[in-house]
Write a protein that binds this ligand. Structure first.
Ligand code: APR
Length: 242
């Protein structure tokens, strides 16, 4: 029922926006944050992902991000990432809004990608704010800018604002969408989770994909329960071999 309905909405849609979270990369071997073996079960966010933690102990924070970079560098985009890249190619207006910093959507071939929490492959100077890409694994820690100042990971930490232009593009794409897909997120972190409410308020059909019910399941038009790497190909390519 839900699968057929969602397929029909997607086939009729001229504008689709997607919000993804850590769950879409789980099948690529990257831990989520709040799942059973999630990162926040092993580490305290206030010790790893805040400006204060970095000010207090940049080495510890960098060692953690370098560990995550090495994990991600060994991972491949999965069928879920690839199905969304395919959907972009067949949809007139499409935007992929991701909370993930792993870069797997890009590697899967997604183009209209809004990385609202930044990228683990970007570094930013703490003094001149220059930002650059660096895929070196492992990094020489702690990395420094050519101006000599300490560099920080190019991600958005708790308590920090999201990049303004990028965020307003995400809001515009959401408000203009006929169908809004919510894939692999616990919808617990704002403002990203707020896009789900904006999509509903703008009249979009909201379809959630997750291995379990979440904080927004009661509010969406339908929830598809299962791994994104299995459900997305089925949803987006009915002839896909299950
Ligand atoms: N397919 C689909 N969903 C999955 C899968 C899978 N294979 N595996 C796990 N999930 C679901 C979980 O049930 C959970 O609802 O993915 C969700 C992951 O939730 P979180 O770990 O909370 O990650 P996310 O929602 O992306 O976190 C949001 O919080 O920690 C910060 O900045 C960080 O961007 C992150 C933000």
């Amino acid at each position: 029922m839900c699968l057929e309905k969602a397929r029909a909405w997607i086939n009729q849609a001229s504008s689709i926006a997607v919000l993804t979270g850590a769950g879409i990369s789980a099948e690529s071997g990257i831990p989520t944050f709040r799942g059973t073996a999630g990162l926040w079960k092993q580490f305290r966010p206030e010790d790893r992902a805040t400006p204060h933690a970095f000010a207090r102990n940049p080495e510890t924070v960098w060692e953690w991000y370098d560990w995550r970079r090495s994990l991600i560098s060994q991972a491949q985009p999965n069928a879920g990432h690839l199905a969304l890249a395919e959907l972009e190619r067949s949809t007139p207006r499409f935007a992929l809004i991701t909370q993930n910093v792993d870069g797997l959507h890009q590697r899967a071939g997604s183009h209209n990608l809004l990385e609202v929490h930044g990228s683990i492959w970007k570094l930013r100077c703490t003094k001149c704010h220059r930002e650059w890409h660096d895929q070196t694994v492992p990094l020489m820690l702690p990395p420094h800018c050519e101006c000599g100042a300490l560099a920080r990971p190019g991600v958005v930490w708790f308590g920090e604002a999201l990049p303004r232009d990028l965020w307003s593009s995400a809001e515009d794409a959401t408000a203009a969408s006929d169908v809004f897909l919510v894939v692999g997120t616990s919808a617990a972190v704002y403002p990203a989770a707020g896009l789900i409410h904006l999509a509903r308020a703008s009249g979009a059909k909201v379809v959630e994909l997750n291995t379990e019910e979440t904080a927004i399941s009661a509010e969406v038009d339908c929830t598809l329960l299962g791994p994104a790497g299995e459900i997305l190909p089925q949803l987006l390519n009915p002839n896909a071999q299950t």
